[in-house]
Design a protein. Structure first.
Length: 319
């Protein structure tokens, strides 16, 4: 149980910033990496597909420039998230771009494919697969994933329902590779708690929505700042997969949050949510940790706060 050497360079905190649909931009990834955490973005955020190579060039160029200026404080690695589901008709092209740019870490979601893992391993890259239960975790490792992202109850976007304590405990009973834990982590002491439970990384997403670099509307950022765990709604209506969303955004889109129908899981898309609302535009994802976010700040300031809280929590335990 340890952070892989390939991912340890430049880390200020044991944190992977989760890839958020629409929200995660090259500017946010660069700010995350240069501030000492692993930044990431979904490949689908680069639209059209031809833009993905340009994004990768921009990120790699900015990180190289940072390293040249700060040889004693290099940037952390970055990651790209690939949706490995049959509905993603961009997978082959996006994978080809990741291989060509030798992306250090690829995060796979909604399916695991041996061929994808082998392609990434071919240039020395690592693959972490996100899972919500033991069945999917075993499948991911059997198909060649190097690490697991355990998406527990309370995580933003597509999320599971299991307690993080149970999910980590049962995974560690059979898997000694790298684990990242996701679920309502927005404070430095929560990062330390994830490690104490047996994870190597904390997987932090929603707190980064309320940053200057995030590609989110002012209304979305304000809703994160003003919201608490009670404002999070769990539903599969909007994409076909269960996830956590901001209740006020569901109301604003014209839905009754207390009487939402269920969706056909085979649909699994980011298309129309009905009533002229688009899931990717009007229904805003977030996790239960947003109560710990009280202002919109630069990503570097958020990471500095998390680092300060992490150190304080660690020092308290040593007293």
């Amino acid at each position: 149980m340890a952070i892989p050497t390939k991912l340890a360079r430049g880390l200020r905190l044991p944190v992977i910033a989760s890839p958020m649909f629409i929200v995660s931009s090259p500017e946010l990834v660069i700010a995350q990496c240069t501030s000492g955490v692993i930044g990431s973005f979904p490949s689908l955020n680069a639209r059209p597909q031809s833009l993905l190579g340009e994004w990768l060039d921009r990120i790699q160029g900015a990180l190289a420039e940072h390293d040249a200026r700060h040889p004693d404080h290099p940037a952390a690695p970055f990651a790209v998230n690939l949706i490995v589901h049959r509905s993603n008709d961009r997978l082959a092209a996006d994978l080809e771009a990741c291989v060509a740019h030798k992306v250090p870490l690829v995060i796979t979601s909604l399916g695991a494919q041996v061929e994808v893992n082998e392609a990434i391993h071919g240039y020395g890259g690592l693959v972490f697969h996100d899972v919500i239960n033991q069945r999917f975790a075993h499948k991911a490792i059997e198909k060649g994933a190097d690490g697991l992202i355990l998406v527990a109850a309370g995580a933003g976007g597509h999320a599971g329902v299991q307690s993080p304590f149970a999910l980590v405990q049962e995974t560690r009973a059979w898997f000694d590779g790298p684990i990242a834990l996701s679920g309502a982590i927005a404070h430095g002491r929560s990062i330390l708690a994830a490690q104490a439970m047996g994870a190597d990384f904390a997987y932090v997403g929603s707190a980064f929505i309320a940053t200057d670099e995030a590609n989110a509307s002012d209304g979305y950022k304000r809703m994160i700042v003003e919201g608490t765990a009670e404002d999070i709604l769990y539903s599969n209506l909007f994409t076909g997969v269960h996830g956590n969303y901001l209740r006020p955004s569901v109301v604003a889109a014209g839905f009754d949050p207390d009487h939402l129908p269920t969706s056909d899981p085979s649909r699994m898309d980011f298309g129309s949510a009905g009533k002229d609302a688009k899931a990717w535009r009007d229904i805003w994802g977030a996790g239960q940790g947003i109560g710990g976010v009280d202002s919109v700040v630069p990503a570097a300031d958020l990471i500095a706060r998390l680092a300060r809280e992490y150190d304080e929590a660690h020092n308290t335990l040593l007293r």
